[in-house]
Design a protein around this ligand. Structure first.
Ligand code: FES
Length: 104
């Protein structure tokens, strides 16, 4: 079991949920009503950028599409797209995230 927690921000209060290895971050976010804004949900707009504060090793490496968008946005290594990132296939622990995108 992996615990995923999202910090509070202007979009809403902190939220978190338990997730299974391999789960998509977007599904975890939806399930706990995380304060993360989504637009395209397909790795193109950058709205869902999140900073990984803890547990980066519990996220699978970016897909080519996610990596391309992260590169376009000049995202630091600690940032991922919440619509695209998945939890690793095996593991347990805590992932802490802070929304770093723009709602505009
Ligand atoms: S919602 Fe558009 S890149 Fe994630």
């Amino acid at each position: 079991m992996i615990r995923v927690e999202f910090l509070a921000n202007e979009l809403g209060p902190a939220a978190g949920a338990s997730a299974e290895p391999g789960d998509a971050l977007v599904d975890v976010s939806d399930a706990c009503r995380a304060p993360v804004s989504f637009s395209c949900r397909s790795a193109s707009c950058g709205t869902c950028l999140v900073e990984v504060l803890e547990g980066a090793s519990l996220l699978a490496p970016p897909s080519p599409d996610e990596a391309e968008v992260l590169d376009i946005f000049g995202a630091p290594a600690a940032q991922r797209l919440a619509c695209s990132a998945r939890l690793v296939a095996r593991g347990e622990g805590l992932v802490r995230l802070r929304w770093a995108g723009s709602d505009e």
